[in-house]
Design a protein around this ligand. Structure first.
Ligand code: GLU
Length: 445
C-alpha cells in the first residue's frame, strides 16, 4: 500500500477507535479514489478527503417513552448530518437494535457518495435509534416515534435535512414521525420522503430501491451482452428492498429462489412470484421478523440459522443489512457458478467478499446499486416543491434513466484497460468528484 495512503488511514483509525464499520467504509473509498486524488493537487491542497470523512454535525439524544405495561423505556436517538455541499442532508432513519454511532457514520458517509451519484441535489445524512420494533405494538411504535421527533424536529427541515425510512422505518413509522413534526412546526412541508400517498408521498417510492437495483443489474449484464431472462437469483431479507427486487426481477424474466430473515432462509425452486411476493408484505407487517411461515405456507424448504449464499444461483443480491455476505460466502457462490453479486443493502458484503467478487466475477457496490431508493426520494421532494403528483410511468421512467446514468458513471470512472469494470472504483470516484468540486467552490466551511 502507498505510504501516504497508509499514513492517512492510520490517522483515521486513531481518530475513530472501535468504529469498525465506519473505518471499513472509509478505507474502501480512500483506497479507490487515492490515485485520482493524488493526480489532483487542488483536492489535496483543500484537504478534501480529510474534510469529507468528518461529519459536518452529529446529533445524539435521549428518547424516553412508555411501553404498554406502563414501564419507562429509554433509547438513544441519532442524526448524523454528514455533508451538505450539494444539497440538504438526505438519508434514512434506521430503527434496529444494532444502531450505534459507528454504523450511522458509515451509512451517512456512504449516503453522501450515493446521493451525489444520483445527480440530484441531495447532501448526505443518516439517523435512527437502537429501538427494536420487533414485537412492539402499534401504540408503542407511535409513542416511540413521537418522542423521537420531539427532539429531532428542531434539527430538520425541507431545506435543511430531509429524513426517510430505512431498516425498521416504513410507511407506518414515517406517518407517526411526520405527524408529530407537523404538529410541532405547524407547517405542512416535504420534510420527509417515503410519505403515504395521501399526504405527499410519491408513487414507486416503496418499490424504488428494489426496482433500481434490478435496473442496475440489468445494465451490468447488458454490458457483457447478457440479460436477466432465465437467470436464477438469491435474495436475502424480506422487507421493502427484497420485495421491490423480487417484483422487478420476475417481471424481467428472472427467477428469485430465496428470501431470508434473522431466523434463516427459505428456498423456493419454483420462484417467488405473484401472490408469494404479496405475502412478503404480510410477513413484514406481522412485526415478528421471521421468514419460516413462508416455508410452511408454500411447502418449501426452510434452513434455520443459515444464509442463502450456499445455493447455486446465477446472481446474488443481499437486501438486508451490512456485512451479510462474507468472503467464504462469496467463494461458495463463485464455486457454484454465480456470475454477479450486487449489494441492494448498504455495504452488504465484507471488504474481502467485495474485492473477491470484483476480481473473479462482477460486483456492484451498494452506493450505486441501491441508489434508486434515495433517487425516488429526490423525485418526491421535487413533486412536493412543485405541488405536483407524477404518474407511475413518469416516476419509473426517471428512476430507470437515473440508474442507467449511474451505471454509465461507474463505467466512465471504473473501466480497466481489459474492458472489465471495477464498479467500486467507478462509483467512488463518480460520487466523489461532484462533492469535492462543490466543497472547493464553497470555500473552507
Ligand atoms: N435508506 C435509504 C438509503 O439507504 C433511502 C434514503 C432516502 O430515501 O433518503 O439510501
Amino acid at each position: 500500500m502507498d505510504t501516504k495512503l497508509k499514513a492517512f488511514m492510520d490517522g483515521v483509525r486513531l481518530k475513530n477507535p472501535g468504529e469498525d464499520e465506519f473505518l471499513q467504509a472509509v478505507q474502501e473509498v480512500v483506497e479507490t479514489v487515492w490515485d485520482f486524488y493524488m493526480e489532483n493537487p487542488r483536492y489535496q491542497k483543500a484537504k478534501i478527503l480529510d474534510r469529507m470523512i468528518e461529519p459536518e454535525r452529529v446529533i445524539m439524544f435521549r428518547v424516553p417513552w412508555v411501553d404498554d405495561k406502563g414501564e419507562v423505556q429509554v433509547n438513544r436517538g441519532f442524526r448524523v448530518e454528514y455533508n451538505s455541499a450539494i444539497g440538504p442532508y438526505k438519508g434514512g432513519l434506521r430503527f434496529h437494535s444494532s444502531v450505534n454511532l459507528s454504523g450511522l457514520k458509515f451509512l451517512g458517509f456512504e449516503q453522501t457518495f450515493k446521493n451525489s451519484l444520483t445527480s440530484l441535489p441531495m447532501g448526505g445524512g443518516k439517523g435512527g435509534s437502537d429501538f427494536n420494533p420487533r414485537g412492539k405494538s402499534d401504540m408503542e411504535i407511535m409513542r416511540f416515534c413521537q418522542s423521537f421527533m420531539c427532539e429531532l424536529f428542531r434539527h430538520i427541515g425541507p431545506n435543511t435535512d430531509v429524513p426517510a425510512g430505512d431498516i425498521g422505518v416504513g410507511g407506518r413509522e414515517i406517518g407517526y414521525l411526520y405527524g408529530m413534526y407537523k404538529k410541532l412546526r405547524n407547517e405542512f412541508t416535504g420534510v420527509f420522503t417515503g410519505k403515504g400517498r395521501e399526504y405527499g408521498g410519491s408513487l414507486i417510492r416503496p418499490e424504488a430501491t428494489g426496482y433500481g437495483a434490478i435496473y442496475f443489474v440489468r445494465e451490468m449484464l447488458a454490458l457483457k451482452g447478457e440479460s436477466l431472462k432465465g437467470k436464477t437469483i438469491a435474495l436475502s431479507g424480506f422487507g421493502n428492498v427484497a420485495w421491490g427486487a423480487a417484483i422487478k426481477a420476475t417481471e424481467l424474466g428472472a427467477k428469485v429462489i430465496t428470501l431470508s430473515g434473522p431466523d434463516g432462509y427459505i428456498y423456493d425452486p419454483d420462484g417467488i412470484s405473484g401472490e408469494k411476493i404479496d405475502y412478503m408484505i404480510e410477513l413484514r407487517a406481522s412485526n415478528m421478523d421471521v421468514v419460516q411461515p413462508y416455508a410452511e405456507k408454500y411447502g418449501v424448504q426452510f434452513f434455520a440459522g443459515k444464509r442463502p449464499w450456499e445455493q447455486k444461483v446465477d446472481i446474488a443480491i443481499p437486501c438486508a443489512i451490512q456485512n451479510e455476505l462474507n468472503e467464504e460466502d462469496a467463494r461458495k457462490l463463485i464455486a457454484n457458478g454465480c456470475q454477479l453479486i450486487a449489494e441492494a443493502s448498504n455495504m452488504g458484503c465484507t471488504a474481502e467478499a467485495a474485492n473477491l467478487a470484483t476480481k473473479e466475477i462482477s460486483f456492484g457496490p451498494g452506493k450505486a446499486v441501491n441508489a434508486g431508493g434515495v433517487a425516488v426520494s429526490g423525485l418526491e421532494m421535487t413533486q412536493n416543491s412543485m405541488r405536483l403528483d407524477w404518474t407511475r410511468e413518469e416516476v419509473d421512467a426517471k428512476l430507470n434513466q437515473i440508474m442507467i446514468n449511474i451505471h454509465n458513471t461507474c463505467v466512465k470512472f471504473g473501466q480497466e484497460p481489459s474492458g472489465k469494470v471495477n464498479y467500486i472504483k467507478g462509483a467512488n470516484i463518480g460520487g466523489f468528484v461532484k462533492v469535492a468540486e462543490a466543497m472547493i467552490a464553497q470555500g473552507l466551511v
